[in-house]
Design a protein around this ligand. Sequence first.
Ligand code: C2E
Ligand code: MG
Ligand code: MG
Length: 722
Amino acid sequence: MSIHPQKPKSKVDKIDYFAKNRPIQDQSEVDLVKITNSLNLAQEIAKLGSWDYDVENNTIYCSDPLYSILGIEKDGDIQPLYENLLAMILPEDRESFDYLFQQTKKLGTEMDIEYKIQKFDGSIITAHVRAVGKKGPNGQVTRIIGILHDISDRILTENRLKESEEKIRNITTNIDIGIWSMDYQTKKVTFASPAIEKISGYPAEDFLSGKVKWKALIHPEDKGKFSNQQKDLLRGKMYNHNYRIIDRNGQVKWIENKTIPILNAEGQLIRLDGIVQDISIRKKNEERINYFAYHDYLTELPNRRMFDEQLEQMIVTKKGTNEKFALFYLDMDRFKFVNDTLGHDIGDLLLGKVAKRLSAIAGEHTVFRVGGDEFTIIQDRILEKDPVKLGEELICKMEEPFQIEGYEIHMTTSIGISIFPEDGNSIKRLIMNADVALYRAKELGKNNVQLFTKSLIAESYKLFTLESDLRKAIQRKEFILHYQPRVDALTGEIVGAEALSRWNHTRLGLVPPCEFIPLAEETGFIHELSEWVIQEVCKQQKEWREEGCTLVPISINLSAKTLMKADLVQKVKACLDEYSVPAQLLEIEITEDSLIKNEGLGLSTIKHLRKLGLAIAIDDFGIGYSSLSYLKKFTVDYIKIDRSFIREIHLNDGDSTIVQSIILLAKGFHLKIVAEGVETVEQWELLKSLNCHYIQGFLFSKPLPAKQLTNLLQLNKINIQP
Ligand code: C2E
Ligand code: MG
Ligand code: MG
């Protein structure tokens, strides 16, 4: 142990050091030093200083810790005089301090004040002073004893707390999210932010006072939706929930509510904190997105997805019952034409109007848009209204013209219907069969309604078989040609004949050209067929020549597609050469319709064929749209008036006028005229009077096998007795 204790480092040590190293006079002094030391120590720890003001001498005794709080040295340059210490107080606090101090000095009252002091090193502290005046025997205040507490740390913490409280208040006041807190035991709302009012319409105070209960605002339909809430909260799990409330103005709002359970150390639920948010707009957007997932944007009708789901649903509910329902498949007949000619904007507007009209008749939620111009209808309770009648009603209504942006648009509709369960008990079958019926409706000239029947399936089966058999038909020698004579209208003399294809199918028997020609065109088989016809006719001409028959030109029908084949002229020439047939004995018939559809494309082939010496005829003349301009464009030799004009020529003035005009027109172009489909003497007589050149029709002869035509050719004339 050393004799001289170590030099003090801290102030506390310092007091001990001096106390220990001072000469001690007597025990009471020792005790006093001890008390002073421990008092100083206590003050230093509490950041407290004490002072004693002697009024008479205007001196202040300061405790050691007070010197250190104020940053002035004991026995230093600055005397602990009232004036000096007052000067250290910040100007804004100085006057009030002085006033209180003077009051205490005068009256002996207590003073209690917080104020700021600037120390000599420039730092600022906050001090809390409590003091009391002590009076002498004459009633005058002689001393003021006080303490000064450095409360800077506390004030700093308080300020920080205030600041963060302010920040939180700012946030909770300005955001649209409502924040609340509730005591779980008493069920009292202890906090409700201002946004609660924005959301509910009721002031936050109403919830705090218990005047309004949040639960009471919940929409009656959503009240039962809080299934797991209690369980989750008691386990300390946050509960998330969306529901509707009815606000103070009666408005329904969607709310998102997050409830956060606060548990105590024992795991018991003591408080609930929560966040509520008005999500009505988000909900509306979600509803809109959901709406368009199931609705068509253009017409706002339910779309294909909705249709599939509802049809499925319908099948499920009807299965096992005796109830039936009908599925309609509708197609706008000339919609593509409207779109192509008037543009998509008009097309879109038209679809919108079509949708409205269909819904008005069939009822809302039963009409679906499943494709461009395709609609479907599910008709429940078909006993109340016959589906075919409803179909006819729809067709009738759709025939009324649509007025769109100054256009008067005429639309027609084709409808196919299938019935559950007899026409199918699955989505696939019902749709397929309604589609088969629709196809049939289109085939029958559009603008009509067709109910599905099993025979339609047979027909489509037939079509399928035909298509696959068509390719093998030539090798199997199933095709034959029939010839229909064309006679001079005045003399009955045979001036030519038309070669018409016949298909003798092994199982189906004779298939008419109206069935297999479109199929052949669609599949491209038409080229092979045309080549076969050319070859066959040339071969036949050669046979007739060898038999010594009178030879007449034979016309063959070529489709526009064949005319576009680059090597057609070459092939015709090769065939004529092979059988040594002069080009004048072969003629080509092209329908007016196919000329229009392929404007200009077959033109050069026609020119080359004519150059070769073949005569060209326009077939089925009059039923196309722009006959006149085509007559001018294509140099042809004769025209064949379509038989639809001849059928009622002797009964219908309109038809005879048309035929008369066609004849006059053709003559103006120096063309010969053939009237097709002449079946009666009356028709023939009338055509004769109109100066028609040639006649072709059942009146003179049906299309005949080559052998029978040989007989007629030998006669060279067909006699009809008027
Ligand atoms: P098309 O060229 O107008 O032929 C005339 C059609 O009218 C023939 O029908 C004929 O049988 C029918 N017909 C003639 N006179 C009368 C009559 O007095 N009354 C009635 N009701 N009908 C009459 P078919 O043979 O059924 O041929 C139909 C169409 O098929 C032809 O019309 C032609 O466009 C096309 N076609 C026929 N064979 C061929 C072919 O080999 N190639 C091409 N591309 N088309 C062909
Ligand atoms: Mg023809
Ligand atoms: Mg014809």
